[in-house]
Design a protein around this ligand. Structure first.
Ligand code: ADE
Ligand code: ZN
Length: 342
């Protein structure tokens, strides 16, 4: 096989993917049609055209538009199953998938029913694609602290595959600091902690997520390079960056993949991972993310494999599962290496 096929065949881990942002255009169209919802879209092509953005805030508006079409908890089963089917096509073995209950609860959807529906999709995908999935819950930064606490109440009574909290939304408008209390409580509940930071705001936002929320990983972290002390800190403390290069390109956070700081971070020895964020909304996949890094930033097959191993290392799973995944990855990589030509 050639190098591009070898990159496609690499075993991968997806740590930063939003379930709703993975909705297939045809699924969104069928939801709109079956539910008789008023919508400007009458074809898949029209939906795909809507998935283009002028900037980050415009992207979030598009994302919130989709929230409006989700009127039944049962929709999540199909969206989750199809998301994992797509992941499996990029040879993803393990996924940490994010959902944002506080976007849906005000529209009358029920937390437990959403979680059950997502779990049905996860179970079916596990049987069909042998893919393992855990859930993380995005507390959504424009929600109130009371709402966030309410979500934590729900998580307390939920199945134990909810393993982490996250904080998505527009960090330029809603900084992380006010969420210190829910993050502290999440920590005492044994949940892991991630926050989107350094995507739509500068390095101060990343420092604040570290200092106020005690995060173990940063979602994005694109702007960290503006503060060399922060870069040193991320390296020393082994705080992983969940980088999503195509997302950053599509929302205008970077002007080209070539400008993306992931190459600099990798060369400096930071714990970088590569992820697809909202793959449908950004016309991407895990294979595409890895191929873009190869094409535009000169990442070799072995460097991309290292990134994949970084994701195993920083995954929120126990050491036993990590070792097992590591062994499987190493077997697959040896096989790929023995077949690659050129
Ligand atoms: N919610 C869904 N995708 C997001 C992103 N890329 N940044 C912040 N919040 C999000
Ligand atoms: Zn995200």
């Amino acid at each position: 096989m050639d190098t591009l096929d070898a990159i496609r065949a690499l075993p991968k881990v997806e740590l930063h993917i939003h379930i709703l942002g993975s909705i297939r255009p045809e699924t969104l169209l069928s939801i709109i049609e079956n539910d008789g919802i008023k919508s400007p879209y009458s074809s898949e092509e029209e939906i795909i055209k809507r998935f283009e953005y002028t900037d980050f805030a415009n992207f979030l508006q598009g994302y919130m538009e989709i929230v409006e079409y989700i009127t039944d908890e049962r929709h999540f089963e199909q969206i989750t199953y199809e998301m994992l089917n797509n992941c499996a096509k990029s040879n993803v073995h393990y996924v940490e998938a994010s959902f944002s209950p506080s976007d849906h609860i005000p529209k009358g959807l029920d937390f437990d029913k959403m979680a059950d529906s997502i779990n049905r999709g996860i179970q079916r995908a596990k049987q069909d694609f042998r893919i393992e999935t855990n859930i993380r819950v995005d507390l959504v930064r424009n929600s109130s602290i009371e709402e966030a606490m309410g979500i934590l109440d729900n998580i307390e009574k939920s199945p134990d595959n909810i393993i982490s909290i996250d904080l998505g939304g527009n960090e330029a408008q809603d900084p992380p600091g006010p969420f210190a209390e829910p993050y502290k409580r999440a920590s005492t509940m044994g949940l892991h902690r991630v926050a989107h930071a350094g995507e739509a705001a500068g390095p101060d936002s990343i420092w604040e997520a570290i200092r106020s929320l005690d995060v173990e990983r940063i979602g994005h972290g694109v702007t960290a390079h503006q503060d060399p002390e922060l870069v040193e800190y991320l390296k020393r403390e082994r705080i992983a960056l969940e980088m999503c290069p195509v997302s950053n390109l599509r929302t205008g956070v970077v002007s080209s993949i070539k400008e993306h700081p992931i190459r600099e971070y990798f060369d400096k020895g930071l714990l970088v991972t590569v992820n697809s964020d909202d793959p449908s909304l950004f016309h991407t996949s895990m294979n595409n993310e890895y191929l873009q890094l190869h094409e535009h930033l000169n990442f070799s097959l072995s460097e991309l494999y290292q990134i994949s191993l970084n994701s195993v290392q920083t995954a929120f799973i126990d050491e036993g599962k990590k070792s097992k995944l590591h062994r499987k990855f190493s077997e697959e990589y040896n096989e790929i290496e023995s077949q690659v030509v050129g």
